[in-house]
Design a protein. Structure first.
Length: 473
């Protein structure tokens, strides 16, 4: 069993299909998860939703999950191909007690994974490892009752919900002649996002909006600029107002403004915060350690309280509940809305909120084009996330040693160190900027990001961090 332990990650179970992630493993994990849901809810036969993405391996894995759940005595509602957020939505529109989503998210096609959770519990870290521990110890539930397996049309239910929530936006958009490029990356948003934008009255220019597990157009990660290159060309050609893009399971949102510039995750969170600021004075907004200083300054200037926390969609969701936050987000472009939604990350819902913010700004005269939406955010010189391969078994130890080293520099008052935040990796504050070094929780990578008041200071900070990292590698 030790050979499969590495696929039990901080937020999910993820690996190469047919290697360590097999139908047998999926069935075993489902049996154990059913027992955990039974213990949490006290229900003898809990109802668990099963959804899947468009990858070719997702159907056999989802079938194995359904069998495992049923054999363990849980009833199973099959959602079929759908975005991850729709499995979460099933907690609110059906009596479902838990969910399993089979998805490789934005990973290469040979990967796949299982996301699990319940309506009230975010499964990450220890709860994921408990599933592994029970599998390793062969602690499987025994049930004489075989759970019922039936289908539920979650896509229709979701479309109805979105049309109800955004009926006012549809009215506001009447006669506005808004153009939207929608790049679904051949993933699960393909049959949903274009329909919703068209229903709102926008002129939609679809790109890769046919489901295809080969992802023929580009890798399904809209936060990487090269993956949005064709969408940018189409936006500029058609003089569109906005472009929205989705990853494979549509829990993240990528966006381009009217000039074709990428709107980064922290900028998108600023836009969402600005749109609700008037009615949310004093409320909290959670962002991750990778977000730029401009975001924290902007949110505070708008009369709300920014809270910095660990990266990871499960971590942000949990912190939002703890802080009673109205919205949250990550640089990776997971966004969470609890002001008038359910608090989970939903890329399609977030894209509609982005359009709503744009329409509100245009109608009030605050914006003339979508490029204006980021104009008030304090500007710094920064890098995107820099992801460097580094062994899984060494990455966290390296961060520990780096934290000790910079803690020493802070105590000495040397190397220009002004502060340290070690809530997730190490974020070092310098006089004129900051640097972040953290270990990825999902891949064998080190992630760095740098920001400063100007290019010269940025180069200085990068040099300091790179020099100290080389000492420890």
């Amino acid at each position: 069993m030790l050979q499969i332990k590495e696929i039990f990650r901080s937020y999910d179970i993820r690996g190469v299909y047919g290697d360590k992630l097999t139908e047998g493993l999926a069935e075993a994990a489902a049996k154990v998860f059913a027992e955990h849901v039974r213990q949490e809810t006290g229900k003898k036969h809990p109802l668990i939703s099963v959804g899947r993405d468009v990858r070719f391996s997702s159907k056999p894995l989802a079938d194995a999950v359904a069998k495992g759940l049923s054999d363990a005595g849980a009833d199973v509602q099959i959602l079929g191909v759908c975005p991850s957020p729709l499995t979460y939505f099933s907690m609110y529109c059906t009596p479902a007690d838990g969910y399993v989503m089979v998805t490789g998210s934005h990973n290469p096609p040979q990967f796949n994974g299982l996301k699990v959770g319940t309506k009230h519990t975010v499964y990450h870290t220890d709860k994921i490892m408990r599933i592994y521990d029970d599998i390793a110890a062969e602690r499987f539930p025994v049930s004489e009752y075989k759970g019922k397996i039936f289908e539920f049309d979650i896509v229709t239910a979701y479309l109805e919900e979105m049309k109800s929530l955004f009926a006012g936006l549809k009215t506001d958009m009447a006669g506005m002649d808004i153009k939207i490029v929608v790049d679904s990356g051949s993933g699960t948003a393909s049959n949903i996002a274009p329909e919703l934008f068209g229903w709102l009255g926008a002129k939609v220019f679809p790109l890769y909006c046919t489901e295809d597990g080969n992802f023929p157009g580009h890798h399904p990660d809209p936060t990487v600029e090269k993956n949005m290159a064709e969408a940018r060309e189409l936006l500029l050609k058609e003089k569109a107002d906005l472009c929205v893009g989705f990853d494979g399971d549509a829990d993240r949102l990528g966006a381009l403004d009217s000039t074709g510039r990428m709107i980064w995750g922290d900028e998108l969170l600023c836009i969402f915060a600005d749109d609700i600021a008037k009615d949310n004075q004093g409320n909290r907004i959670v962002a991750d350690v990778k977000a730029g200083q401009g975001l924290y300054e902007f949110i505070a200037a708008k009369g709300m309280h920014p809270v910095m926390y660990k990266s990871g969609h499960s971590m942000i969701k949990e912190k939002m509940k703890e802080e009673d936050a109205v919205i949250g987000g990550e640089m990776s472009s997971h966004f969470f809305f609890a002001d008038s939604y359910y608090g989970y990350d939903d890329g399609i819902y977030a894209s509609l909120r982005l359009l709503q913010a744009y329409v509100n700004g245009k109608r009030s005269g605050k914006f003339s084009v979508s490029a204006d939406m980021t104009a008030e955010i304090p500007k710094y010189v920064n890098t995107p996330e820099i992801r460097e391969p580094y062994p899984d078994d060494k990455k966290f130890g390296l961060i520990t040693e780096l934290s000790k080293l910079f803690g020493q520099y802070l105590a000495e008052g040397s190397h220009g160190v002004r502060g340290i935040n070690d809530i997730d990796g190490i974020r070092v504050q310098f006089e004129h900027g900051w640097a972040l070094v953290r270990a990825s929780n999902t891949e064998p990578l080190l992630v760095t990001r740098f920001e400063a008041e100007n290019g010269a200071e940025l180069d200085k900070i990068k040099e300091i961090i790179h020099r100290e990292l080389e000492k420890l590698k």
